[in-house]
Design a protein around this ligand. Structure first.
Ligand SMILES: Nc1ncnc2c1ncn2[C@@H]1O[C@H](COP(=O)(O)OP(=O)(O)OP(=O)(O)O)[C@@H](O)[C@H]1O
Length: 301
C-alpha cells in the first residue's frame, strides 16, 4: 500500500515533556484525514514535523513515499499548507495578495482566477482584505496554499474561531477537493463535530500518542447504546443495582446502564420499584461520535 504520508515512531520532546510520542500515521491518496485531539495533544507539533518546520527527535516521515529528511524541497513543492492564522496585506485586495505570491511562486495569472473560484471568493476578489470576515480570510488562506497546485493539503485547525456558517463553507470547500482536484487532505481539529461529516479517515491523538486510526465508519462502530433511567434517588438506585452485580453509573441525576436486553431492563425497573424508588423515565441513547471521541481521549488521559 502506498501512502501519501507515513510516519514511523515519530517523536518530539520539549524538555522532559514528550509532545509527540512514537506516532505512526498513515494517510492514503485521496483521503480526507481528520487529525483529532484535544488542545495540547500534539497535533500542531506533528504537523510542523510533517512540513519540515520542526525536527523530530526520532522517527521517520515519508511523504509521497520519499524521506522528508532527504528530499524536503522536492516534497514541499507538492504540498500546500495553512498552519496558523495567515497574514495578508490588509490594504490590498484578495487578488493583489495572490498576485504578490504568484510572482514568487512563478505560477500563471490564470491560476489566481482558478483558486479564487475554488474557494468561492471570485465575487470579492477586488475588495480589500481588511474588510473580510475570518471565514473569508481562511478561504483566502486556502487559496494561497493551493496556488502552486499541490497534491497534498495540510490544514491545521482551519475552522478555529469560525462561526457555524464559516465552518460549513470551509467544510463544503474541503469536501470537493479530493474528487474534483485529486487532492489528499490532512485537516486537524479539536472538535470531531467540525469534521465528522467530511473526514473519510480519522486519527485521534491524545497526549502525543495515536490512540485510534481507522475509517470514520470504524469509529462509528465504537458507538454504544446506553439505557438511561431517571429516578427519584439515583445514589440509592446505583447502590441497589451494584448489590445485584449490575454496573450502573450515576451522573447528573441520571442512572446510566450499558445496553441491556428488554427482559433485563424490565427486571431492573421492577427491582427498583419494589425497593420503593420512583422511576420517572427510561430511555435508550446511542452515543454520538463526539461522545466516542471524548470517551477515547478521557480514557487515555
Ligand atoms: N515550542 C514549544 N516549546 C515547548 N513546548 C511546546 C512547544 N510547542 C508545543 N509545546 C507543547 O507540546 C504539547 C503539544 O502541543 P501542540 O501545540 O502540538 O498541541 P495541539 O494538539 O496542536 O494543541 P492546540 O490545538 O492547543 O494547538 C503541549 O503541551 C505544548 O505545550
Amino acid at each position: 500500500m502506498e501512502y501519501v504520508i507515513k510516519t514511523e515512531g515519530l517523536t518530539k520532546k520539549f524538555g522532559k515533556e514528550t509532545a509527540v510520542d512514537r506516532l505512526d500515521m498513515k494517510i492514503r491518496k485521496g483521503e480526507i484525514y481528520g487529525f483529532l485531539g484535544p488542545n495540547g495533544a500534539g497535533k500542531s507539533t506533528t504537523i510542523r514535523m510533517l512540513l519540515g518546520l520542526m525536527k523530530p527527535d526520532s522517527g521517520m516521515v515519508r511523504v509521497f513515499n520519499k524521506d522528508l529528511k532527504k528530499e524536503r524541497i522536492h516534497i514541499l513543492k507538492r504540498v500546500g499548507s495553512l498552519v496558523e492564522n495567515p497574514s495578508y496585506y490588509p490594504h490590498l485586495t484578495a487578488y493583489e495578495n495572490l498576485e504578490a505570491l504568484r510572482k514568487i511562486l512563478r505560477v500563471s495569472e490564470a491560476r489566481i482566477h482558478e483558486v479564487l473560484e475554488i474557494v468561492r471568493l471570485s465575487d470579492v476578489a477586488h475588495k480589500k482584505v481588511k474588510g473580510f470576515s475570518l471565514g473569508m480570510k481562511q478561504r483566502l488562506g486556502i487559496a494561497v496554499s493551493m496556488l502552486h497546485q499541490p497534491e497534498l493539503l495540510i490544514l491545521d485547525e482551519p475552522t478555529n474561531g469560525l462561526d457555524p456558517s464559516g465552518i460549513i463553507e470551509i467544510r463544503n470547500l474541503i469536501q470537493r477537493l479530493p474528487e474534483e482536484y485529486g487532492m489528499t487532505i490532512l485537516i486537524s481539529s479539536h472538535l470531531l463535530s467540525e469534521i465528522d461529516q467530511i473526514a473519510t479517515t480519522v486519527g485521534v491523538i491524545s497526549k502525543g500518542k495515536m490512540i485510534f486510526q481507522d475509517s470514520i465508519h470504524a469509529m462509528r462502530k465504537h458507538s454504544r447504546q446506553t439505557i438511561i433511567l431517571k429516578v427519584n434517588d439515583g445514589k440509592r438506585a446505583e447502590h441497589i443495582l451494584q448489590g445485584k452485580g449490575i454496573y450502573a453509573n450515576y451522573q447528573d441525576s441520571m442512572l446510566l446502564l450499558s445496553k441491556l436486553s428488554d427482559q433485563k431492563v424490565a427486571e431492573i425497573v421492577r427491582m427498583l420499584v419494589q425497593n420503593g424508588l420512583a422511576i420517572y423515565r427510561v430511555e435508550e441513547k446511542q452515543s454520538s461520535l463526539e461522545d466516542i471521541f471524548l470517551q477515547m481521549t478521557r480514557e487515555e488521559a
